[in-house]
Design a protein around this ligand. Structure first.
Ligand code: 4AD
Ligand code: MG
Length: 460
């Protein structure tokens, strides 16, 4: 007989005389005549109760089943006496697949996030992390659906790259050179002898590829892993994270902001509708205000604020920030949070940043001083999206590259796109982990990615 997932079983309207479920034991309680077994198979948050009678032939073994053991149960669906649950199973047989001994680390009901981070390979078996990673999976689907419904094409941009999109130099080197015996040329590593005949790195963003494809397919997006060797040990940075990057031809900065807002609103509403049960866990145990936060993000109009005005607000805040606020300096997390959490109490899109703190590809404004950049800031997190209108004018782009010390010969292909049928275009990058943090109320980015990679720490 084919097994039925617990999710499907619990949602069925009519009982079945015989079903097979397979999963892991959460708890076992014994009485004289039978044992109650709470079983979970990961298909949903809820577990199902199994009643195993002492007349079952292997009942002595069933009484040895501890938390974490794997079993297959064949039995009859009966209406549950307990509240909050429609069905339970009266077992005809309990086949033991494997035992988990007492050394199984997840014995208690609650563990700290810090402890669970040390066993990232087991934590998805807890209610909280199971819920977080089910939401992560649903959101990935929702992202593809959002784009597909709007006629976007999905682009697989390369992971190994020869260029530094953000120009910030936070790159992980990719090489097959022998580090113990490095071939050298003029005192430096001889990159010509490396696998690709030049220096290569893991990508920090798929944007430059996406631009090339937007100028061919119109509207495209990438959704893949990106890598940054930033040495920042904060609760919102990891070295390997996933980014969603739409790129739209014939779209200006205002259109870009409209689209970013539409996307966050859509994904929030989608999660509230499709992940109700898992979200309730977070609203109950992680952030009591979660539902009103999500309501606000799904339905409010986002503030649009030029960088210059953001600096003025921060200077008038009468608050002592750790980092001083000055026109021409990048906003720090504390500034972003002040704006979105305290001042406006809703998402804020800051735009038109000084060109000196932004990458070469952003479109220069008529003031010659700011660029058409935009960052979306949200409560609890700060920056969740960074994007811009791109510089489509060849000469302006070339002079910006000169100013920022970027060699044209490495970007000849990028410049080609401005030579042949260039058009105004825009795009942005949404940090997928930061989105999950926003929607679950989880405060540490290490807890929304299956196996976090941070400075000095990597589990297999
Ligand atoms: O603002 P960023 O650096 O923008 C870009 O990379 C552009 N090329 C995107 C584009 O226009 N196509 O990064 C975009 C987002 C940030 O807003 C943040 O949410 C996330 O990526 N991000 C990180 N998330 C986790 N850990 C890190 N170290 C991150 N760095 C950026
Ligand atoms: Mg940014």
């Amino acid at each position: 007989m084919e097994r039925i997932k617990i999710f499907k079983l619990l949602n069925s309207e009519v009982p079945a005389d015989q079903v097979v479920i397979k999963g892991w034991i959460r708890t076992r309680r014994d009485s004289k005549a039978f044992s109650f077994i709470e079983m979970n198979d990961g298909s949903c948050l809820r577990s199902i109760q199994v009643i195993a009678d002492n007349t079952l032939e292997n009942y002595q073994d069933i009484r040895k089943l501890a938390t974490g053991s794997a079993v297959a149960v064949t039995g009859k669906m009966v209406e549950s006496q307990g509240k909050g649950q429609k069905w339970e199973i009266r077992a005809d047989r309990v086949d033991i697949i494997s035992f988990a001994p007492e050394s199984y680390p997840l014995q208690k009901k609650r563990h700290t996030d810090e402890f669970l981070r040390t066993i990232a390979h087991l934590r998805p078996r807890t209610n909280k992390y199971g819920a977080a990673f089910r939401i992560r999976s649903e959101l990935a689907y929702a992202i593809h659906k959002f784009f597909r419904d709007r006629g976007f094409k999905y682009l697989h941009s390369p992971i190994i790259t020869g260029s530094d999109c953000e120009g910030a130099g936070e790159l992980f080197r990719v090489t097959t050179l022998d580090w113990d015996n490095l071939p050298k040329k003029e005192g430096k590593a001889d990159t010509a002898a490396d696998f690709f005949g030049q220096e290569t790195n893991l990508t920090v963003s798929g944007q430059l590829s996406a631009e090339m494809f937007a100028l061919a397919l119109g509207d495209v997006y990438t959704f893949g892993p990106t890598f940054r060797a930033e040495n920042s040990n904060t609760r919102r940075h990891v070295a390997e994270f996933w980014m969603v990057e739409p790129e739209m031809a014939f779209c200006d900065l205002a259109g870009n902001m409209d689209f970013a807002e539409e996307m966050i609103r859509y994904l929030t509403a989608y999660t509230m509708k499709e992940c109700k049960e898992d979200l309730e866990l977070f609203a109950k145990f992680v952030d009591k205000k979660l539902m009103s936060v999500l309501e606000n993000i799904a339905s409010s109009d986002y503030i649009r604020l030029p960088y210059r005005e953001a600096v003025e607000i921060l200077n008038k805040a009468g608050k002592k920030f750790e980092y001083a606020v000055d026109y021409g300096k990048d906003l720090q997390t504390e500034h972003e949070q002040y704006l979105t959490e305290h001042h406006f109490k809703k998402p804020v899109i800051v735009y038109d940043y000084p060109k000196t703190i932004k990458p070469f590809y952003m479109r220069l404004n008529d003031d010659n001083e700011t660029v058409g950049a935009m960052d979306v800031l949200v409560p609890g997190i700060g920056e969740i999206i960074g994007g811009s209108q791109r510089e489509e004018r060849l000469e302006v782009l070339q002079s910006r590259m000169k100013e920022t010390g970027i060699a044209e010969e490495n970007y000849w292909w990028y410049l080609d796109s401005r030579r042949f049928g260039t058009v105004p275009h825009s795009g942005f990058g949404l940090g997928f982990e930061r989105l999950i943090m926003l929607l679950t109320g989880i405060r540490n980015i290490r807890d929304v990615i299956p196996f976090p990679r941070t400075p000095g720490s990597i589990e297999f």
